[in-house]
Ligand binder design. Structure first.
Ligand code: KG4
Ligand code: ZN
Length: 340
């Protein structure tokens, strides 16, 4: 059974054809990095316009590479929540029209649950229940998955997302956008214990996280007590700040991931979303999971960042379970996820 997946929730236009939820026949990702780089972050209006321009060729490309056509699809899956409203709307309206004209069901997919599903695409052997840390540019949360379609949020950031914090610290260090990969790179040459940055909520009983204090601590460390003494940070100091900032994020997120897994009786842990590509989080999560006797799963690099293969893959299971709206009444829903 073939599912066409469409993903436009943030700044990647992506389409993919996946067979039976696990064989990726094509995955086309058009990144808007160049469009946003000069502004130092995502400009929602530009993201939306770029999706409008690229959506058609991206979907045609995915069908072409898969060697198939729209008539062979059993359903179309689209990420409709959460995300940037203008961006989501492009994918949702395109998918809705296509599904209606091809007379196939339209399946609405939660973007963060699709990130979790990226691990099932890469590692079919995952044993459930699974506790995942989803770390992306706009969202950060822990999820308990009892099946491939049953995901319960058990905690989240109360302010900044991890990717957002990486991007903002990179900006302070003059590293450009997107900041995550740039911090990852220079942190490799810095000392992770050079500065003792805060690990907010590390020992709190709940599973929530907070990164605004950490971001402010980096700002004050670099630019004085009010963050106003702007200067160009020398490379050695930038590497130490990047490494120490990254260490604080990785320490608190992986510590609480393993703790949540133990508290919920999970049999596996996972990391997903763009920041799951970070080399330090991959290393520390692997070490901590081994110490706890739990297998840890991370998607391949291409499936960490936004892609439609994870949307099509999860869409297949929702379709099989009958969890879709056959009246094409799916809407974009930008409401951010929040801890209770
Ligand atoms: O999941 P994603 O592609 O998009 C959203 O759904 O937001 O995540 C993008 C985020 C960006 O903030 C980017 O800086 C971060 O993932 N990122 C990384 C790395 N690669 C991407 N952060 C840290 N280290 C990396 N290697
Ligand atoms: Zn994402």
């Amino acid at each position: 059974m073939l599912i066409l997946g469409i993903e436009t929730s943030c700044d990647e236009t992506s389409a993919s054809v996946v067979e039976d939820g696990d064989v990726v026949l094509s995955s086309i990702v058009h990144s808007q990095e160049d469009v946003h780089a000069r502004w130092g972050g995502i400009v929602p209006e530009l993201a939306c316009r770029e999706h409008v321009q690229k959506i058609r060729e991206t979907v045609e490309g995915a069908l072409l590479v898969a060697g198939t056509g729209i008539g062979a699809m059993s359903a179309i899956a689209v990420a409709n929540r959460p995300g940037l409203i203008g961006s989501l709307l492009v994918g949702v309206e395109f998918a809705k029209s296509l599904a209606w004209s091809a007379e196939v069901p339209l399946i609405d997919v939660h973007h963060l649950e699709a990130h979790i599903y990226a691990n099932f695409l890469c590692h079919p052997e995952i044993e459930l229940p699974l506790v995942s840390l989803v770390v992306s540019g706009g969202h950060t949360a822990y999820y308990l998955s009892r099946s491939k379609i049953d995901h319960e949020m058990i905690g989240s950031t109360i302010d900044d997302a991890v990717g957002e914090a990486f991007d903002k610290v990179a900006k302070m260090l003059g590293l450009g956008y997107p900041g995550g990969p740039a911090i990852d790179k220079i942190a490799g040459t810095g000392k992770p214990d050079a500065y003792d940055f805060p690990r907010t909520f590390k020992n709190s009983a709940h599973n929530n996280l907070s990164f605004s204090g950490l971001k402010t601590a980096v700002l004050y460390r670099l630019f004085g007590p009010e963050g106003k003494d702007r200067r160009t940070v020398p490379p050695d100091e930038a590497a130490d700040v990047a490494a120490s900032f990254q260490e604080a994020v990785v320490d608190v997120t992986t510590y609480k991931l393993l703790r949540a897994a133990q508290e919920t009786g999970a049999r596996s842990v996972g990391i997903a979303g763009g920041v799951a590509a970070n080399s330090r989080i991959r290393k520390i999560a692997t070490e901590r999971a081994a110490a706890a006797g739990l297998p840890v799963y991370m998607p391949s690099m291409e499936l960490c960042t936004d892609n439609a293969a994870m949307v099509a893959g999860l869409g297949f299971h929702l379709f099989k379970a009958g969890l879709y709206d056959s009246d094409y009444e799916v809407n974009a829903d930008p409401t951010p996820i929040r801890a209770e």
